[in-house]
Design a protein around this ligand. Structure first.
Ligand SMILES: NC(=O)c1ccc[n+]([C@@H]2O[C@H](COP(=O)([O-])OP(=O)(O)OC[C@H]3O[C@@H](n4cnc5c(N)ncnc54)[C@H](OP(=O)(O)O)[C@@H]3O)[C@@H](O)[C@H]2O)c1
Length: 331
């Protein structure tokens, strides 16, 4: 496949508002040893892209400065030593940056096949949330069939993935979201209970619904005042997994329940982890989750698509919090 000398991509011209995203021309990246070059057809948008644009989440060393953590497309070129993929093959991939572009280079081990029947838009909506939810809910949170799971931001990209995956794993699933429409979306995706956090106190609802026992695993992206409330909502031996702090990362906490209930407080960020660690997650997903996607048992929720050049518009939508599920750029 011929790779041109120049490509269109969207860069962060300065830390700032959505208008800071501008379309520019750059040379396409070259795949290093062990990498493939993907001709991008679609790129998913994630909240960390918004933080990066604002200057609060810099690209890790060695990663592209362009935003974009997930893509779908076709293999355009192979770096040295790549034998498992062929030019022309359709893949989706978790990338450490550089997704908002016509071409993107990535470690070959972080490519996954398109699930059966998937187009590029749906495939581009998968990697970031599925790697994140797999790692945090299954590997760190150790959610088991029969346990009770609570996810905050249930209508977010992460939340819509977490509800479906936890349900498919056999958990009882609770979700919080703002407003009736988002709560209804959570229930449609399989949540056994959706709590409108603008009208109800999730601590009281969890207590009532579990007969005072609490939930086994919480996936939290809110932080702030939710930290103490999460601890109150966990059952004995419960696990709290923090993946973001939309309401701030500091709080005064009474740690006594952590000791008395034998709680585990953990968390992670996906992007700075090693490619070896991400490759292990990819294997887990390929084995356990990709068959669920291929069978239609679970599926990404696509809220809207925008052409690459309208990335700023897509970010405005994400920051409005009006979306349910994923926003995807078409390239
Ligand atoms: N650690 C990691 O590896 C990792 C990886 C990917 C994403 N993340 C984080 O996971 C979160 C979700 O990502 P996403 O791409 O799915 O984003 P998203 O679709 O934009 O969802 C964000 C959700 O956060 C909720 N929210 C926003 N501001 C809030 C506030 N002040 N208080 C409570 N809830 C608030 C909104 O839900 P309601 O309208 O229902 O309140 C919204 O649905 C983000 O914070 C992102 O940074 C972490």
């Amino acid at each position: 496949m011929m790779v041109p000398d120049g490509m269109t991509c969207v860069e962060i011209s300065r830390p700032g508002p959505p208008e800071a995203l501008v379309a520019v021309r750059r040379p396409p990246p070259r795949p290093a040893a062990g990498e493939v070059l993907i001709k991008v057809a679609a790129a998913g948008i994630n909240r960390p892209d918004v933080l990066q644009r604002q200057g609060a989440y810099p690209a890790p060393p060695g990663a592209s400065d362009l935003p974009g953590l997930e893509v779908a497309g076709t293999i355009a070129a192979l770096g040295d030593g790549v034998a498992a993929l062929q030019p022309g093959e359709a893949v989706c991939a978790l990338v450490p940056g550089g997704g908002y572009a016509e071409y993107c280079a990535v470690d070959a081990r972080l490519c996954l096949p398109l699930p059966d029947g998937y187009d590029m838009v749906r495939a581009a909506a998968l990697p970031e949330t599925f790697f994140t939810v797999w790692h945090n809910v299954v590997e760190r949170g150790r959610l088991q069939a029969g346990e009770t799971f609570l996810v905050h931001g249930g209508a977010s990209g992460i939340g819509t993935t977490a509800i479906q995956l936890a349900k498919a794993l056999g958990a009882l699933v609770f979700a919080t979201a703002s407003g009736a429409a988002k709560c209804e979306a959570c229930r449609r995706l399989g949540a056994d209970l959706a709590i409108d956090h603008t009208a109800q106190d999730f601590v009281e609802v969890v207590k009532a619904e579990t007969g005072g026992r609490g939930v086994d695993v919480i996936l939290d992206m809110v932080g702030g005042d939710y930290m103490a409330r999460n601890i109150r909502s966990l059952a004995a031996d419960g696990r709290l997994v923090s993946i973001a702090f939309l309401r701030g990362s500091t709080a005064e906490l009474n740690m006594m329940p952590v000791m008395l209930k034998r709680l585990t407080l953990t968390g992670s960020t996906l992007r700075p982890q090693s490619n070896d660690a991400k490759a292990r997650m990819a294997e887990g997903l390929r084995r356990t989750v990709w068959p669920l996607l291929s069978s239609g048992r679970i599926a990404p929720v696509i809220h809207a698509t925008f052409p690459l050049a309208q990335a700023a518009e897509a970010h405005r939508l994400m920051e409005s919090n009006a979306h349910i599920g994923k926003i995807v750029l078409t390239v």
